[in-house]
Design a protein around this ligand. Structure first.
Ligand code: GLN
Length: 488
């Protein structure tokens, strides 16, 4: 058992008694200790807690009291998911001391499934960003090239899986924050349909867009994670709780005969890195080889108006959600003479630049004089984008496109250029606006050795179809290797 093992393998070997959970966790801690200085993928490292839990789990396994699909599997979750008694910072100074009194639903589910939490991962502050450079705890580094960014905002989770800390991790995706870092770090990352996974205990950014999803190095592990976290939760009113299909069966090797894959050729322009456009076409060819047929589809509004629409709606929702960090609750409080000064000083020192920019934008687009011109109009554009996807899905069963227009960029390159940074999500955020599931897959490496990512998007609740097609793509290009070792 080592850093290359999958979650499914690890759980089954522990279940069979081939290896103990303690041995798995010791190896995990060794890998983290070796690489974390370079990567800064974790905000909180739960070293002692993980060892303790593994020991206790081994005792319960020996007594025949413990089992579960993730038995003894080390996991990392993004630091915007509540963990009882464990710091949950959201990458922000304003929450640097906050310890939630409860576990998020997904954390509860992981624990019930036998997983062992080894860390809380680094992220852009309040999940706002595409590089993990907007973290109050320093940027994370890309395991393929530590001078480059991991992508974001779930960059720490993507890097943890890419570097072999853990086989699986959780992130959240509001406009691309699972898929874009998955592409940058060379792993698989899935944003489920809005409403499949409970957001209970996920610190809210933009509530109509936020969704939790898994990272892994192969499709089977994604399916395993999805089956664990997608159970219905009555505490999130948007959690739909439909009958869950057998995701593991969907991820088994099968022919793609009868599947129509829509390729958005209009997205493969000069603005997209040529090696990424080629990766999309190579993936299309591999899917055809596996039995699928290819059709052309168009998404003109998603491509043109998606970005401005998202950057009105997401900040609008954020400005409201982040009003709760007022210096009264959540720990951080600056000295002040009166209440107004307390708000100003605490929020002034507690929030970083990008978060302030979003709050200001959001407040502006919601203000009475501009509401119709910006917010209301963006809602209409959102509807248009949904309809455009609906008509594309009349021609195709699912859609193939780039995950991001560029390869992982260098640290510092875009951090002072918010508009360029926002462009990183141009292909991912329309998927959130329409509430659809999307999967970013690693399909090889560029001439410079950087990971190439492409994205599959399906109609709502068609996670099984995505997994089936994702598996065919994985069979063609191989599972994601641990960065710097073997494969591809
Ligand atoms: N990068 C996008 C943003 O900054 C998306 C973030 C996310 O999905 N959480 O808003």
């Amino acid at each position: 058992m080592n850093e290359f093992s999958s979650a499914a393998e690890t759980a089954s070997r522990i279940r069979n008694g081939d290896i103990t959970a303690s041995a798995v966790i010791e190896e995990t801690l060794r890998v983290i200790e070796e690489k974390e200085k370079d990567l800064n993928a974790l905000i909180t490292f739960l070293r002692e807690e993980a060892l303790q839990e593994a020991k206790e789990l081994d005792r319960r396994i020996a007594a025949g009291e413990a089992d579960g699909p993730l038995l003894g599997v080390p996991v990392v979750v993004k630091d915007n998911m509540c963990t009882k008694g464990i710091k949950t910072t959201c990458g922000s100074r304003i929450l640097e001391r906050w310890k939630p009194p409860y576990d998020a639903w997904v954390v509860e589910k992981l624990r019930e499934a036998g997983a062992i939490l080894v860390g809380k991962s680094n992220m852009d502050e309040f999940a706002m960003g595409s590089s993990t450079e907007h973290s109050a705890y320093g940027p994370a580094s890309n395991p393929w090239d530590i001078e480059r960014v991991t992508g974001g905002s779930s960059g720490g989770s993507a890097a943890s899986v890419s570097a072999g800390y853990v086989p699986v991790a959780l992130g959240s995706d509001t406009g691309g924050s699972i898929r874009q870092p998955a592409a940058f770090c060379g792993v698989f990352g899935m944003k489920p349909t809005y409403g499949l996974v409970s957001r209970f205990g996920l610190v809210a950014f933009a509530s109509s867009l936020d969704q939790i999803g898994p990272f892994a190095r192969n499709v089977e592990d994604l399916a395993l994670m999805l089956s664990v976290i997608s159970e219905h939760d009555p505490r999130d009113a948007t959690c739909v709780g439909a009958d869950r299909p057998d995701y593991l069966a969907a991820a088994e090797r099968s022919s793609l005969a009868g599947v129509k894959v829509g390729v958005v050729r209009e997205f493969l322009t000069a603005a997209v890195e040529p090696e990424i456009s080629k990766a999309v076409l190579d993936t299309a060819a591999a899917m055809k080889e596996a039995g699928a047929s290819l059709v052309d589809v168009k998404l003109p509004s998603a491509g043109k108006a998606g970005l401005p629409c998202y950057y009105i709606l997401a900040p609008a929702e954020a400005s409201s959600n982040l009003a709760r960090y007022d210096g009264i609750r959540y720990g951080k409080r600056e000295e002040a003479g009166d209440l107004m000064e307390l708000y100003f000083k605490t929020r002034g020192s507690g929030f970083g630049k990008e978060v302030k920019r979003r709050i200001l934008t959001g407040t502006y687009v919601l203000s009475s004089g501009y509401y119709d011109a910006f917010y209301l109009r963006a809602l209409k554009v959102r509807r248009l984008i949904c309809m455009e996807f609906e008509s594309a899905f009349e021609k195709a069963d699912l859609i193939l496109m780039p995950t991001a227009p560029s390869l992982p960029f260098r640290k510092g390159e875009l951090v002072d250029d918010p508009l360029q940074m926002y462009m990183s999500d141009v292909f991912t955020l329309p998927v959130n606006l329409a509430g659809l599931p999307g999967l970013s897959m690693c399909v090889g490496r560029s001439g410079k050795g950087l990971p190439l990512g492409v994205q599959l998007v399906a109609p709502q609740w068609q996670e099984s179809l995505i997994l089936k097609c994702g598996r065919a793509v994985e069979d063609a290009f191989g599972p994601a290797p641990v960065a710097g070792r073997g494969g591809m």
